[in-house]
Design a protein around this ligand. Structure first.
Ligand code: ADP
Ligand code: TRP
Length: 332
């Protein structure tokens, strides 16, 4: 039997990989929890960032929506600063090799591991429509991660368990077939682990409490003014650390601005309306440029298609090499 070829050379930068489903316009939780940390890693890592369109099909059944959201999510990455010359940006479905790898992984994955997945258990407990894809989801996600020999996976906290399952699958595969797959690590920023939505719960498309990225100025202001706060009267001191408005503010403001607003909370005399206005101002300044770039990219869909096609080819050649190692290792 031929020996599987070695994993990527030590002289190359480590690889970071992450994906986002095209199931809606990306929101502030996606940006702060995953997109911004992932973009920060692109200067020190060879980054593979993709649009998880296979995964989206567990809930989305519309050809038009899959295409619309794929374009929007790609335009969002570009508007927020992703440089496609440096980072491989692609569509998951342009690399069907991941489906083959998912099969190999599923054969070394105990059923109990899949049954323990939080996302699956949540969907089950909510009585949501369950399909085979929802159950198999973590295996395909593990294949995404392992196909590119990823070292780190920047994700929000809710995805940590899925990355740990990918580790378990890599370890199980290597146990049976030799050191073929790189065992990845999740990269979760503790300061942005879970971003609150407008109702104080985790911001999520499924709770309808999101602040979508690139809202026009007036709508952004309205969304921020709608963030739920407690009923402490204006004149009373307030605890900045138990307020969603402040939690978001400090992720956009400088250290000095943050300290200043915290002092105003504690002193009393600051209404939540004032704090929301401060948040609106830092966010508007932060997203003004990206919003213009987002609209520009949306108006040039051909460029988006070209970028994805080029990224898809580059990603595919990496995944094909991994698959060849895997096939050799299992005796095919
Ligand atoms: P949603 O829950 O809105 O469907 P996704 O599942 O598409 O969001 O999440 C895409 C990425 O954004 C994941 O890495 C996820 O962990 C991260 N993310 C989503 N919502 C939040 C949040 N509220 N706080 C931090 N990270 C988040
Ligand atoms: N499951 C992730 C989410 O819901 C999306 C995703 C698919 C992903 N494959 C991935 C994230 C691989 C990181 C790595 O957000």
């Amino acid at each position: 039997m031929a020996t599987p070829t070695a994993l990527g050379s030590a002289s190359e930068p480590p690889r970071s990989l992450t994906g986002i489903k095209p199931t809606g316009m990306p929101h502030l939780g996606n940006y702060l929890g995953m997109i911004r940390p992932a973009l920060e890693m692109t200067s020190s890592h060879q980054a593979f960032y993709f649009i998880a369109d296979y995964h989206a099909l567990t809930t989305l059944r519309s050809r038009d929506l899959v295409q619309k959201y794929t374009t929007e999510v790609t335009a969002a990455w570009l508007a927020l600063g992703l440089d496609p010359a440096q980072t491989i940006l692609f569509k998951q479905s342009d690399v069907p090799e991941v489906c083959e790898l998912a099969w190999f992984l599923s054969c070394v994955t105990p059923l109990g591991l899949l049954k323990r997945a939080h996302a699956f258990k949540d969907a089950e407990s909510k009585g949501a429509e369950l399909n085979g894809g929802t159950f198999f989801y973590p295996v395909l996600m593990a294949a995404d991660i392992l196909a590119y020999d990823s070292h780190v996976v920047p994700v929000g906290k809710d995805q940590k368990q899925h990355v740990e399952m990918a580790r378990d699958m890599a370890i199980a595969f290597n146990h049976y077939f030799g050191e073929v797959l790189r065992v990845p690590e999740p990269a979760i920023r503790p300061d942005v682990a879970t971003i609150p939505g407008t109702d104080g719960r985790k911001m999520s498309k499924s709770y309808d409490n999101t602040i979508p990225l690139f809202l026009p100025t007036k709508k952004l202001r309205k969304a921020i003014m709608g963030i739920k706060t407690d009923s402490t009267p204006l004149e009373q001191p307030k605890d900045p650390n138990s307020c969603s408005v402040f939690e978001l503010y400090k992720l956009f403001a400088t250290a000095e601005q943050t300290e200043h607003l915290a002092a105003r909370y504690r002193a009393g005399g600051l209404g939540y309306g004032h704090a929301k206005q401060e948040l609106f101002e830092v966010m508007e300044a932060h997203f003004e440029g990206p919003r213009d770039r987002f609209l520009h990219h949306l108006a040039h869909p051909k460029t988006i298609d070209d970028i994805l096609a080029d990224g898809g080819q580059r990603a595919k050649s990496v995944a094909a090499a991994t698959l060849s190692r895997v096939r050799t290792a299992v005796g095919m």
